[in-house]
Design a protein around this ligand. Sequence first.
Ligand code: NAP
Length: 321
Amino acid sequence: MRGHGDERMSEQVIIVGSGPAGHTAALYTARANLKPVMFEGQAAGGIPGGQLMTTTEVENYPGFPDGIQGPELMEAFRRQSLRFDTRIFTEDVTEVDLNKHPFTVTSAERTLTTQALIISTGATAKRLNLPGEKTLWTRGMSACAVCDGALPIFRNKVLVVVGGGDSAAEESTFLTKFASKVYLVHRRDALRASKIMQERVFKNKKIEVLWNTVVTDVLGEDVVSAVRLKDVETNTERELACGGLFYAIGFTPNTELFKGQLEMDDLGYLITKPDSTHTSVPGVFACGDVQDKKYRQAVTAAGSGCMAAMDCERWLAENEK
Ligand code: NAP
C-alpha cells in the first residue's frame, strides 16, 4: 500500500495551500483515488482558507444566489475535501525539495515524500498597515473592489482607491457603478497603469485622481467615515470624508518556498505552461492566485484547481507513478 497512513512511504499527491484552488484540487484528486494530503498553513496567507477568510459577503461565487460569507464558503470547501478523505495537516510547510523525485515536503511536524505536488499557496494583497486598519478592516476597507464593491455599505458613497497600476485603474472604474464618487489616490504624478486603462479613468466623470498624495490613516467608529491624506509635495495633511477605502497596491505571490526551484516571472508568480497547470518541474502543478495575476477570483482559482488535479492525475498515469 502506498502512502496512506504510513508516513515513511511516498504519497501520490500533496497539495500545499487551502484556498478555493487547493480544496478543488483536493476534491478532484480524492475522487480520482489519489488519497491527497493537504497542508493548510498560516504563515504565507495569514490564515488557512486563503483570502476569502478575510472577506465578508461573497456575492459573485456562482451557486449562492443570496451570497455567502467568505469563511462559511471556505468551511464548506473544507468539509467537501474531508468527505472524500483528504488528509489535512494544519501546519506551515517550511521546506520543499523538488530537485529529486519523489519530492520532499517538510513542516515543523513531519517530512513527507510525494510523487506529485500541487501548489496553491495563493497571493497576499499588500496593505498599507495604517493605524486604523486593525479595527476597520472589512468594515468599509477591502483589497478587492471586484469582490466587495457591490456590497450595500458602499452604495452611493464616496470611495477611495489607493494605487496607480492596472488594478487601481480597473477597480476605480468598476467602483463608479456603485459609488457617488471615486477618488483615486496615487503617490506619484503619473499612473503606472496601461494607457487604455488610464484613458478609462480620465474619461470617467465620477473619478478624481489625487496626485502626489498618500493615505496616512483611515478613520471611523464602526465603519470607515474618512481617510487622512498627505500631499507629498507640500507635506500638508487633510481629512477626506468617505464611506470606503480600497487598496490596489499590488499582491505578493506566496512563492518564497519555491525560489530557485521553479520558474517564476519577475514579480515572483509561478509560471505554468500555456493552457495547463504544469510548472517548470514535471510532476509539480500550480493553480490559483500563485500563478494568476490577471483574474484572481475565487471561481477562477477553483477552476484552475480542477485543472491541476486533472493534469496531475494524467501525469501520474502516464508516468506510471
Ligand atoms: P502594480 O502594477 O504593482 O501597481 C501597484 C501600484 O500601487 C503602483 O502604482 C504603486 O505605485 C502603488 N503602490 C505600491 N505600494 C504602495 C504604497 N506602499 N503606497 C502607495 N502606493 C503604493 O500592481 P497591480 O496594479 O495589482 O498589477 C499587478 C500586475 O497585474 C501588473 O502586471 C498588471 O498589469 C496586472 N493586472 C492586469 C489587469 C488587466 O489586464 N485587466 C488588471 C489588474 C492587474 P508606483 O507606481 O509609484 O510604484
